[in-house]
Design a protein around this ligand. Structure first.
Ligand SMILES: [Mg+2]
Length: 302
């Protein structure tokens, strides 16, 4: 194995030092090659992940969901694609949870050394790649609005707090959704695209009945309604672990075009970052990158 540890140093010095120490020791024991790179600025890891893709067979990302997203966007721009492993640092770490990586460093390296990486779908919104979530409307603007300090202090609750504060501003649009040879027009308070069973730190095992991380499909759910109605629907969504509620619009697809009809400024969020505005083309790219996965999670999601 020839691996590159791609680190987001903004994640916290102490934790980063510990990870570097354990990584070096575990790679030395195996006599595998390990290089280490610290991100210099936002977007740097996308550039480097693309540039060095033919020099490594494995990238180990060290940071939160945003760090993984940066690396994935770089790897997708390359013909040769290293496998990706995920060491979580930071607050929410949805992708690490989805793949079964925890804060137990030794166990994470056991997975990297003792399992084969699994071909995994990557999703695309216009020209931006994402791993596990995209959306527009209420709540999706939250993750980049949630204050850094509050995220550190309250974890997922910071998102909820910012979400409740933003309720009166009610982002809302009429959308035309074209997918599976059908056209639907819906009023959207929140449109959520998920490839797995987790979002914003909340476990949603019943969001999709059959969706896997290697089936070329994602699930799309539209929440309608405003104010208290919307808040109740979202609370139920979390309490019912993602189950579809009465008359809710939900579909499974590998490709969709979504056109906001009455608002060109609808902002789209992917993996927690604002990526584009207005009309989108959504596409699943089947089995695009190999990811290391905890065997327990692999059984459920592959
Ligand atoms: Mg899928």
């Amino acid at each position: 194995m020839k691996a590159l540890l791609l680190i987001n140093p903004a994640s916290g010095r102490e934790k980063v030092d510990k990870i570097v120490e354990v990584a070096k020791r575990r790679f030395l024991e195996k006599e595998y090659h390990l290089d280490i790179y610290f991100s210099k600025c936002a977007g740097d890891l996308t550039e480097k992940a693309r540039l060095w893709a033919d020099q490594y067979d494995t990238y180990i990302t060290c940071g939160g969901d945003g760090t993984i997203n940066e690396v994935v966007n770089g790897v997708m721009q390359s013909e040769v694609r290293p496998s990706i492993a995920v060491i979580p640092i930071g607050t929410v770490n949805d992708v690490a949870h989805i793949l079964g990586f925890s804060h137990n460093l030794e166990k994470n390296f056991d997975i990297i050394f003792n399992t084969e990486p699994l071909p995994t779908d990557i999703n695309k919104i216009n020209d931006h790649y994402f791993v596990y979530v995209a959306g527009a409307g209420y709540l999706t603007e939250v993750s980049y609005k949630a204050d850094r300090q509050e995220k550190k202090k309250y974890g997922p609750l910071a998102y909820l707090k910012t979400g409740i504060q933003g309720l009166s501003k009610k982002p809302f649009f009429k959308a035309m959704v074209q997918c599976n040879d059908e056209i639907y027009v819906r009023n959207v308070s929140l449109l959520l695209v998920l490839s797995a069973d987790r979002f914003g730190g909340f476990r949603l095992p019943f969001f999709s009945k059959k969706n896997k991380l290697n089936d070329g499909l994602v699930d799309i759910r539209i929440f309608e309604g405003r104010d208290v109605t919307l808040l109740i629907k979202l609370a139920m969504f979390i309490l019912l672990l993602g189950r579809k509620q009465y008359k809710q619009f939900h579909f499974t697809t590998g490709k969709a075009t979504i056109t906001p009809l009455n608002n060109n400024h609808v902002k789209w969020n992917a993996d927690g970052e604002l990526v584009t505005k207005g009309k989108i083309e959504l596409e699943v790219i089947p089995k695009a990158i190999k990811f290391y996965v905890n065997p327990k999670r692999a059984k459920k999601l592959y």
